[in-house]
Design a protein around this ligand. Structure first.
Ligand code: SF4
Length: 452
């Protein structure tokens, strides 16, 4: 335990980018109130574990992390998706496995987490508000950051328990979102990743209320948000990338904004399947949309657009014909970046009641068939980039040169661009710097390039 007078809090952050943003908000608040953060368990007076509860392996990882924090430190507060989960008798799962945990909250519960911290580790007398930079405390590298625009979800996809963990959609006021974006850009962020459970639905809960930004009226609506973020990104020479966009018609209005170089020509659209009956059983948002036509129209309006999507293979009741329909769709759609998961029966999800589960072997075999097909598509699409010039953002350096990302590559989930030495010896490249490159080679995932 720490012996200094400033109380120190250790932090373990697990889960998706949305959980990461929750962690950043808690850390920002701790710092604002004068708490220090500790890098090791034994340097901490108390440990907060932000958990994930989405699939069984994430639950196990979270419970293990809590166990480790209890063994190593003893004073533990748990927050996040697993914290919101109850078992069939209504008891919270975390306390059942780890009764010594001091407090448990669900996700997005800054106030409750801080109440628990105040109770078990009283805050220092004088809050050092000026210690917090205006952009808050970020866990991502300095040059990119996630911008969470809303919390919760109004949909009820049958395989998902997020709405029961995080509640219905609550959009953040547009002025607050824009202010956070501006602070991040001013602090040196070069790429802002817009996240939510459903970015296309931004503002639905507040009936697209009009707010104000820079003295001008702006609706709490995806189109206005993207336009305003694009203007801000242009002023700061930065990128904006859109995640979790459902293919509703109004998304078409956003596509032309991607031709200007600041709102990236990149759309992360989680489609999950292609067959209309499977989509209906999944209760997917926008399941009636004609996705092939939409993708064609997007590519016509913005020829450089990169489309990323995720799919589920082996959803309960999926027939071989329905699966084949998905493969045919993927062949036609030529999606640039694709993730495919074998269906995982999340406890409490309605999908488990829909039909008899598909066997593990078939689920896995179907996932492998999707990924095999995608490897060929991806290789061909990346090969077509050889010889092209593009702007990339440097993430880090390795033995051979700079490791960067192009507009087509989101951090962590997509590929990278290896920019090989030698570059012009008079140039000192830095992490977070944009450079122009020419693509020299490609495989099924990554690109290689030389600096112009
Ligand atoms: S859109 Fe569907 S999958 Fe996504 S969070 Fe909402 S209910 Fe879950």
């Amino acid at each position: 335990m720490s012996s200094t007078s400033t109380p120190k809090v250790g932090f373990v952050s697990l889960g998706c980018p949305k959980a990461l943003v929750d962690s950043e908000q808690i850390l920002t608040q701790l710092r604002a109130e004068g708490y220090d953060t500790a890098k090791s368990y034994d340097g901490a007076d108390l440990v907060i574990v932000n958990t994930c509860g989405f699939i069984d392996s994430a639950v196990k990882e979270s419970l293990d992390a809590i166990g480790e924090a209890l063994n190593e430190n003893g004073k533990v507060i748990v927050t996040g998706c697993l914290g919101g989960k109850k078992d069939s008798s209504g008891d919270d799962i975390v306390h059942k496995v780890h009764p010594k945990v001091l407090a448990v909250t669900g996700p997005h519960a800054l106030g409750e987490v801080m109440d628990a911290v105040h109770l078990h580790l009283p805050k220092p007398h004088e809050p050092f508000l000026d210690l917090v930079p205006p952009q808050g405390v970020k866990l991502t590298p300095k040059h990119y950051a996630y911008l969470k625009i809303s919390e919760g979800c109004n949909h009820r996809c049958s395989f998902c328990i997020i709405p029961s963990l995080r509640g219905d959609l609550v959009s953040r006021p547009i002025a607050e979102v824009m202010l956070e974006a501006e602070n991040l850009f001013k602090a040196g962020v070069k790429e802002l990743l817009v996240i939510s459970q459903d970015t296309s639905a931004y503002g639905v809960d507040v009936k697209f209320r009009t707010g104000f930004w820079n003295g001008k009226p702006v609706r709490t609506h995806m189109t206005d948000l993207v336009r305003s973020l694009g203007e801000l990104a242009k002023a700061h020479d930065a990128w904006v990338r859109l995640h979790y966009v459902y293919p509703y018609p109004h998304v078409d209005e956003v596509i032309p904004m991607m031709n200007g170089g600041h709102v990236l020509p990149y759309l992360d659209v989680p489609l999950q399947h292609a067959h209309p009956d499977v989509l209906k059983r999944m209760k997917r948002p926008a399941s009636g949309e004609k996705n092939i036509e939409r993708i064609r129209a997007w590519r016509a309006a913005c020829p450089d657009i990169t489309i990323r999507s995720t799919f589920i293979a082996g959803f309960p009741g999926e027939t071989e014909e329905e699966f084949q329909y998905l493969l045919d769709f993927l062949q036609e759609a030529q999606i640039d970046r694709l993730g495919c998961f074998a269906y995982s029966p999340v406890e409490g999800a309605a999908a488990n009641e829909i039909a008899a589960p598909i066997s593990d072997d078939i689920r896995e075999e179907r996932r492998a068939r999707v990924m095999q097909m995608q490897a060929t598509i991806s290789r061909q699409r990346l090969q077509a980039k050889v010889g092209k010039r593009m702007r990339v953002l440097i993430d880090q350096f390795d033995r051979t040169g700079a490791v960067a990302r192009s507009p087509a590559d989101a951090p962590e989930i997509d590929g990278v661009v290896y920019v090989k030495r030698p570059y012009d010896p008079s140039r000192t490249l830095k992490v977070g710097e944009f450079i122009d490159v020419t693509i020299t080679a490609a495989d099924a995932h990554d690109l290689w390039a030389s600096a112009d």
